[in-house]
Design a protein around this ligand. Structure first.
Ligand SMILES: NC(=O)c1ccc[n+]([C@@H]2O[C@H](COP(=O)([O-])OP(=O)(O)OC[C@H]3O[C@@H](n4cnc5c(N)ncnc54)[C@H](O)[C@@H]3O)[C@@H](O)[C@H]2O)c1
Ligand SMILES: [Zn+2]
Ligand SMILES: [Zn+2]
Length: 361
């Protein structure tokens, strides 16, 4: 029997979001229905609402979520009702060319639920990142449910489902940060701060946080930054070089997504160092660099999608580290809100007032 629940939809470009009744079908083969306990508000939800991703309105927003599996469809064996899970948007297929080459974090054919959730009049909904978790319940592919230790609070666990994983993974998986490294992070929102926390966890010796907002630099210190640079008043390239013996950092992580900050990252790294772009640019942005500098500075220029994470490998491990007191994921939760406060949370995000607002159901 399909169920009716409350969920937050984006009805059309730049229209305010609103709560609607959502029809959630019974799970089909390979699918699961999850009762959502908490879901963070991510920039990507705002991008959906602004039609920055696709035009397939209406969207069921929300994708950084944790909850409890309520029902599973035929053939599902990895999770059972009652399991506490974080939802992921990388349920790997195991069969595409990336998976077959042993690099499943680049999977080109990740799974989502086959059936559609709808409004009561039958209008099909497009769930954000194939999840749609600003809702009391949602329908996903069973592979999108990653079991973790239920001792963690749902509002903290859910954050690993997107932005925090993207940042930690940019440092650990894409940047390969290891003990003794010098690391600079440009842009200290939720994603940049998570990269700082990741670099700290890996044992980086120097972690330089760069932002244009002193409030963000303050928070970055709490995440493990050893030095801070306000790039509104100080040239960040000069400052990072000065802090690293004149050379530049081993790994520079760009978590803004703009040509000027990418250029700063490019020149703030040591010769043969690594730049990781985790900030998401917009289609009209262009980058201009002397090709000789690209050649002559060597090293690696990488992009990081979802922190190159493998949810089944990374989520349980990071939750365990959190529960052991070695990764302060709780610091990312600025406030908890209700389902009807998502629009307000977008405002606060826009003004830079929060790392994460988390809807608690
Ligand atoms: N690659 C991925 O898989 C992935 C996943 C989630 C989010 N993201 C992207 O990561 C980026 C950051 O996300 P967020 O949630 O942390 O956003 P946010 O808005 O919370 O943080 C951005 C930070 O950058 C700072 N900033 C803005 N302009 C700057 C400049 N010129 N120089 C230095 N700092 C500047 C802001 O003050 C803010 O602290 C976004 O582009 C987002 O879309 C990427
Ligand atoms: Zn695959
Ligand atoms: Zn997200």
């Amino acid at each position: 029997m399909a169920q009716e629940v409350r969920g937050v939809i984006a009805p059309g470009k730049d229209e305010p979001v609103r709560i609607e009744t959502i029809v959630v079908p019974d799970p089909g083969p390979g699918e699961a229905v999850v009762r959502i306990q908490a879901c963070g508000v991510c920039h990507t939800d705002l991008h959906y609402k602004q039609s920055g991703i696709t035009d397939e309105f209406p969207f069921l927003l929300g994708h950084e979520a944790a909850g409890v599996v309520e029902q599973v469809g035929p053939g599902v064996t990895d999770v059972v009702p009652g399991d506490f899970v974080i939802l992921n948007w990388r349920a790997v297929c195991g069969r595409c060319r990336a998976c077959l080459r042993g690099r499943p974090w680049y999977c080109f054919d990740t799974h989502n639920a086959r059936q559609k959730m709808t409004l009561t009049d039958g209008t099909e909904l497009a769930p954000a990142l194939g999840i749609g978790a600003f809702a009391e319940k949602t329908l996903v592919a069973a592979g999108q449910c990653t079991k973790v230790d239920p001792a963690v609070s749902p509002q903290v666990a859910g954050l690993l489902g997107c932005g925090v994983m993207a940042g930690i993974g940019a440092a650990l998986n894409t940047g390969g940060v290891t003990r003794g490294d010098s690391v600079a992070v440009i842009g200290c929102g939720g994603v940049g701060d998570a990269a700082i926390a990741g670099a700290h966890l890996a044992g980086a010796a120097k972690i330089i946080a760069v932002d244009i907002d002193d409030r963000k630099l303050e928070t970055a210190r709490g995440m493990g930054a050893t030095h801070t640079v306000n790039s509104r008043t100080t040239d960040p390239i000069e400052a990072i070089r000065e802090l690293t013996g004149g050379f530049g950092a081993d790994v520079v992580i760009e978590a803004v997504g703009r040509p000027e900050t990418y250029t700063q990252a490019f020149y703030a790294r040591d010769l043969a160092g690594t730049v990781v772009l985790v900030g998401v640019p917009t289609p009209e942005m262009k980058l201009e660099l002397p090709l000789l500098d690209v050649f002559g500075r060597g090293g690696a220029l990488k992009s990081s999608w979802y922190g190159d994470c493998l949810p089944s490998r990374d989520f349980p491990m990071l939750i365990d580290l959190h529960l052991q007191g070695r990764l302060a994921l709780d610091k990312f939760v600025t406030e908890t809100i209700r389902l009807d406060e998502v629009e307000k949370a977008f405002e606060r995000m826009h003004h830079g007032d929060v790392l994460r607002s988390v809807v608690v159901l």
